[in-house]
Write a protein that binds this ligand. Structure first.
Ligand code: ADP
Length: 254
């Protein structure tokens, strides 16, 4: 039980890696606040956790706003009385396309959820996290935050910001709160199809991506959840300010 009696928030936990994280964190003993923009999805995840004997509460909130993040933290404190782990995981993707074809408004949405979201999460959660003897703040970034492929500029920029935010928060909140990030390669979640929405051959493009990963597959939501669990746990007690690629070796490849 690597999170026994810990109180954790996971945002974007209605789907994909956040949902996998809620199940895994609860299995490891955590009490979990399942936060998502989509209330039904959040409740479905909380129900899945409870179905496996875990404790979870759902909250609908928009992480691109301060009030959304404050609601999430308030829910944790009112339900559990304390907060040990905040995983700022909610994210959005844009269909891959050239700069000239990307929606200008959507650039702001990507930055608002993927970069400003964790910053607002820190603003809301750090006072509570600092009260605990050992606490952890985790951000979901992306391999796209430090490597680039064509037609993914706005998303890459938002995730690059998330990686530098990780470093900045880690030095600001040391030694009380460790701040780290997980950087997934393309992951088998609904978001993968969002990226591919404008490709002619979606399945062929995804197959090509899989073939380019040294370990021979894309990430599964559980791979990312396990990395976040490590960073949240005391096993990572001397680790702060890092971004951990969970990428099957792709960032090592020349
Ligand atoms: P992945 O797990 O790969 O990040 P998903 O699309 O499966 O991708 O999950 C992302 C989750 O983040 C979704 O459940 C979505 O509703 C949630 N989400 C997106 N935007 C926000 C937001 N502004 N506030 C809270 N949750 C959000």
């Amino acid at each position: 039980m690597r999170l026994a009696n810990k109180f954790a928030v996971i945002t974007g936990a209605g789907s994909g890696m956040g949902r996998a994280g809620a199940l895994l964190f609860a299995q490891e003993g955590a009490h979990v606040v399942v936060a998502d923009l989509d209330q039904k999805a959040a409740e479905a995840t909380a129900e899945l956790v409870r179905g496996k004997g875990g404790e979870a509460v759902a909250v609908a909130a928009d992480v691109s706003t301060l009030s959304g993040n404050e609601l999430i933290v308030r829910t944790a404190l009112e339900t559990f009385g304390a907060l040990d782990v905040f995983w700022a995981n909610a994210g959005v993707a844009a269909p891959m396309s050239p700069v000239a074809e990307q929606s200008i408004d959507f650039f702001d949405t990507l930055m608002g959820v993927n970069a400003k979201g964790p910053w607002l999460g820190a603003r809301a959660a750090m006072p509570a996290l600092r009260e605990r003897p050992v606490s952890s703040f985790i951000i979901t970034s992306s391999l796209s935050g430090f490597r680039a492929r064509p037609n993914n500029s706005a998303y890459s920029a938002s995730k690059g910001a998330a990686i530098q935010l990780t470093r900045a928060l880690s030095v600001e909140f040391a030694p009380e709160v460790r701040v780290n990030s997980v950087a997934p390669v393309s992951t088998e979640t609904p978001m993968l199809r969002t990226f591919m929405a404008k490709q002619d051959d979606i399945e062929g493009t995804i197959a090509g991506q899989r073939a380019g990963v040294p370990l021979g597959r894309l990430a599964l939501p559980e791979d990312i959840a396990k990395a976040a669990l490590f960073l949240a746990s005391d096993d990572a007690e001397f680790i702060t300010g890092v971004t951990l690629p969970v990428d099957g070796g792709i960032s090592a490849r020349s």
